[in-house]
Design a protein around this ligand. Sequence first.
Ligand code: 13P
Length: 260
Amino acid sequence: MKERTPLIAGNWKMHHGGQSGFALASELVAAVGGLDDVDVVIAPPFTVLAAIGTETENTRVELAAQNAHAKLEGAFTGEISCGMLVEAGCKWVILGHSERRQLFGDTNDGVREKVQAAMAAGLRPIVCIGETLAQREAGETMEVVLGQLDAVTDLISVKAGTAAVAYEPVWAIGTGRVAGPEQAQEVHAAIRGRLAEHKASLGAQTRILYGGSVKPENAAGLLECEDIDGALVGGASLKVDSFVKIVQIAREGAERSSAN
Ligand code: 13P
C-alpha cells in the first residue's frame, strides 16, 4: 500500500494567461470537487494567479506558480517574489523546471536559492530534475538527476514531506515520448533512496512526481509504480477533460492500493 497521497499537478506553461485560464480553473474546481484522496495543483501563468486564487480558495484545487525570484523584494524588473505568490493565493511553486534551466539560465545553485526562499515564505516547492537525451545516452542519468537533487536535499529535509520532487526527463517533455514505467521507476527509486540516505522520513514522505508526456492513456502504468506518487502534467493539463481523467486514474490507483 502506498502511504503518500497522490499529487497531480498541471503546469500550464505559457498558456491560458487570461479569461480562458480563469474558465479552465473554474471548470476544474467543479470537476474535481468530489475526487478526494488525490491532491490537485494547477500552475497557471503569473497574470491570472490572483484571479484564479479567488476561485480556488477553500477548494480541492491548490495553486502553484511556475517560477519565483529568490529575493524578498527589490530592483529586479520583471521578477516576482515568493511572498507575492503567497499573497496571490499560491501554496506551491515549481522550481528548476528544465525549460528554465535550459532557456533561462537556472543553475543548481540558483534553484537552491529559490527553494530556500520558497520554504521561508511558506510555499511548497515542486523541484524539477531530469536528464537530457544526450546525458541519458552517455549513461549519466543518475549522476545528473541525483546531482540536481543533492543541491536542495538539506533544505527540503527541514520539513520532510513539504516539498515534492518531479522527475522530468527532458527528452520526454512535449515530445510524446514518455519514459516507460520501468524506466521511470528505476530513477524514482534512486531518487527516493538518495532522500532516505539523508533522512529516513524524507525518503518516506516526499512525493516524487513523474513528468513528460503524461496523458490519460499512459498515466495508469506510471502511477502504479511503487515510487511514482503523481504526475506533473504539461500539455494534457490544458484541457479539463484530459486533466480530470488523469486525476481520476490517480484516485482509482489510490483506492486499489488502500484495498490491498
Ligand atoms: P508535457 O506533459 O507537455 O510533456 O510537459 C511536461 C512538463 O514539462 C510538465 O512540467
